[in-house]
Design a protein. Structure first.
Length: 169
């Protein structure tokens, strides 16, 4: 997959996230199958923070300053430290959409830089800017799958009907 194709897919995913998170019943926004699971609200808060402080920042860091160490981040800890569960869902959906648009515009401006620039990640070893970009897209796919699974589980629990006809999950 070429750089421009990844950028275009990130743009398409912006629309997927926007539409997948639109017009949801209020109970679904906070619903969790298990207390340790993330709600849709927590997921969208995570996506906003990851967009700004993880993927865009780390791609930029690797492109511009590959010889300097990465700043540490704590995506799992942010859920409680930043009170994800107390945020406004619609505001966060709009914020993610805006941040993704900023990311897409920014990615277009750095397309000609050296995407093979690499740095050392303390847990994963050597990673290139290109690798961070591909992982950004994979992160989208991970959360799109997670969102769909939550919506399916909510439907299954609240419909009162068998969903077997739809196929196996």
């Amino acid at each position: 997959m070429q750089l421009q194709e990844v950028i275009e897919e990130l743009e398409r995913n912006r629309k997927v996230f926007r539409e997948t998170m639109a017009h949801l019943p209020h109970p679904l926004i906070h619903w969790k199958q298990k207390p340790t699971d993330w709600s849709l609200l927590e997921i969208i808060c995570h996506l906003v923070d990851e967009e700004k402080e993880d993927f865009r920042a780390r791609v930029d860091h690797t492109l511009q300053h590959p010889d300097e160490p990465l700043a540490s981040i704590d995506p799992v800890g942010w859920v409680t430290k930043r009170d994800y569960g107390g945020q406004d869902f619609q505001n966060k959906v709009e914020q993610f959409d805006k941040e993704r648009q900023i990311s897409i515009a920014w990615l277009q401006t750095v397309a000609d830089l050296n995407w093979e620039n690499s740095l050392y990640h303390p847990e994963l070893g050597t990673m290139s800017a290109r690798s961070f970009l591909y992982n950004w897209l994979a992160h989208d796919y991970h959360h799109i799958r997670q969102i769909n699974r939550i919506k399916y589980q909510f439907l299954k629990q609240n419909s009162g009907d068998s969903l077997t006809y739809a196929g196996n999950w």
